[in-house]
Structures are given as C-alpha cells and as structure tokens.
Design a protein around this ligand. Structure first.
Ligand code: SF4
Length: 341
C-alpha cells in the first residue's frame, strides 16, 4: 500500500495552485506571505502580498516606512496587530540581525508575531529545515487520515499532532511535504463535504473507513463571543468631520474612527445634548461586524453640523482626506455605501 507521504506529494504535484510565494525562497517574502495569510483566505491575501512586495523588496524597505503607511496598505485585511508586528519585526531584523532573517526554526521563533507555525513554514520553505507546520488544514488532514480522537485544542492534542506531523515529515524534502499537506487540506480534505470518492488517500484514510470524518478534528472548547455596541458620531459641515485615534489594548489599535460612544446594551442612543442641540439627521441601521472573539453591533449617527463639545482626542479632518487614515474595515465598508460631504 502506498504511504501517506508519497500519496500526498504526488497529489500536490498535480493539483497545487500557482502562487507567487511558491516561486521564491526569499525569507522576507515568505514571512510576508505567511503573516498576510494568517486568518485570511488566499484569494483575499494575494492582492495584499503583491501590493506589499511591490512597495517593499526587503525588510530594510519596510523598516524605513512609517507605521501609519503600513496600516494604510493593510487596510481592509483586518487583525491589524499583524501589520504592527510586521513593521516592528522588520525593524528588529534590520537593527538586531543586520537585515538578514534568522535561518533556524528556533531563531525565527524569537521574532515578534512569529509563532511555531510561521517559524516552521519559513524554516522549511527557505532553509530546508525538517520541521513540520501544523495549521488548521494540517490538523484536519491528520485527524481524519489517522482518525485521531484527541482534541486538537488541548495541550495533549497540540503535542500529539505536532509529534505526528514531525514523524511523517519528509526529511529530504521538508518544504514539499509541508506545502503538500497544507494544500491538500485547503483544496481536497476541506471542512465540509470533502469529496472522498476522488481522494487519493481514501484507501488509507481511517476516518473514511470508520465513518467518522465529519467529527474530525475533535475540538474541546467553544469560543465565547463577546457582543459590543458601538455608536459612531459623524459630524459633517463645510467638508469637515471629526476622527479619533484608537489607543489602549483593544481591537483596532492605532486606527482612526469617527468619535465613538460604546454602550453595554443594545439600544439606539437618543441623548446627544453634549455634542449637538439637534437630533441626528440620520441613523443607520445596525451593522454587525464579526471578529474572532467579538461581535460588533454598530450604528452611525449623522449630524449636519460640527460638535458643540470636542473631546481631547478628536481631530478635525477634511472629509476628502478620511481615506488617507488607516480605518477599520467596518467603517470602510460603511463609507463604501454611504456618501458623507
Ligand atoms: S478520504 Fe475524505 S476524509 Fe479522508 S483524507 Fe480524503 S477527503 Fe479527507
């Protein structure tokens, strides 16, 4: 019987997508692609990868630019801490590593924003180190092929899956093995309704023969989602509005937003006397924006005037210049449908 390794590599050679980061062994470009693709689908991440590699050829280029410019380029991709870590790490590479990436898994792990998955990807793709990548796709493929009942999100599960992948990895071609298993999970052994009838691993897939594939991988925790209620105030007069910069340890750190009132409960605001003698000229319908652990319920309140009271962190901005500021995707989406002037 053919083994897992041979089958999965043969499948990859025939089915892999032609993606630009697969044409290079440059650690800067591989690192960029891996950070962009965290929590982002390939179809969406591709244009950002092309944009970033167009602007920055090296870590030095990226380190020299401002954080605001990096956030602007990142706009629309979400999870902005990735962009901030990207910029921070580019400066670390320049200042502490003379512009050269560490060339081992252990060395890479010391970089900010680089966890075990990303370190394994860079170490194997760029430096042929035989260390296994274990991402969501890999958990799914291994749990199904070997019918693993241990919860993937338990500490026992994490160790079990890493050891299993590490035992399987091709010591001669680790990059090819890692790419193959990830791509197989992304295209063939997909979360819902995988087409097992055309799967080259069907003959060795234990969860297929046991009829358990739909319950693999096993997860122990349910992610709790917090509901938050955001009310954005859009003052608009003489082509001017107000923005505030988000600070503190919260979502969208260092991004700009319309002045925000956050409430604990889900209800429309109706008292604006500190800011305006008149009620809003328009209130948007509720917009729900889902993040990994939070669900934002947002409303936008439009006022055809400038505010009576200006909080210290608000700044007047020309409406035409809003797009020069890095803004959360939620606000970007709203502005795509709503004209303010
Ligand atoms: S047979 Fe089905 S469940 Fe098993 S690896 Fe193939 S696609 Fe996944």
């Amino acid at each position: 019987m053919a083994d897992f390794n041979t089958l999965i590599k043969d499948w990859y050679r025939l089915n892999k997508r032609d993606l630009p980061w697969r044409q290079t062994k440059d650690p800067f470009k591989i690192w960029l692609s891996e950070i962009i693709l965290q929590q982002t689908k390939v179809e969406q991440g591709l244009s950002y990868y092309l944009k970033f590699t167009d602007h920055f050829q090296t870590a030095e280029d990226l380190a020299k630019t401002s954080e605001q410019e990096v956030l602007n380029l990142w706009q629309g991709l979400g999870y902005y801490s990735r962009a901030r870590n990207l910029h921070f790490t580019a400066k670390t590479i320049v200042n502490e590593h003379k512009g050269t990436f560490p060339n081992t898994y252990t060395g890479l792990l010391k970089l900010k924003g680089v966890g075990s998955y990303t370190a394994a990807a860079i170490a194997s793709f760029c430096f042929d180190e035989s260390v296994a990548v274990v991402d969501g796709n890999v958990y799914r493929v291994l749990s199904r092929v070997f019918d693993v009942k241990i919860a993937m999100d338990s500490s026992e599960g994490k160790k079990y899956f890493f050891d299993l992948a590490q035992n399987l990895i091709d010591k001669v071609e680790p990059a090819l093995f890692n790419q193959s298993i990830m791509e197989f999970g992304a295209l063939q052994c997909v979360p819902k309704n995988p087409n097992c009838e055309i799967c080259p691993l069907e003959s060795i897939c234990l969860s297929k023969s046991n009829g358990t594939w739909m319950n693999r991988p096993v997860k122990s925790k349910k992610t709790s989602v917090k509901n938050r209620f955001f009310h954005f105030l859009i003052f608009q007069k003489d082509q001017t509005t107000y923005l505030q910069k988000r600070s503190g340890k919260d979502i969208w750190q260092n991004l700009y937003q319309f002045p925000l009132i956050e409430t604990q409960e889900d209800s429309e605001l109706n008292n604006f006397e500190n800011y305006s003698p008149f009620p809003p000229s328009k209130i948007s319908a509720e917009i729900v924006h889902v993040l990994s652990h939070q669900k934002i319920h947002a409303r936008f309140y439009h006022f055809n005037q400038l505010p009576l009271l200006i909080n210290s962190d608000w700044m007047a901005v020309k409406i035409a210049e809003i797009q020069d500021f890095p803004i959360p995707r939620l606000i970007d989406r709203y502005l795509e449908t709503e004209t303010i002037e």
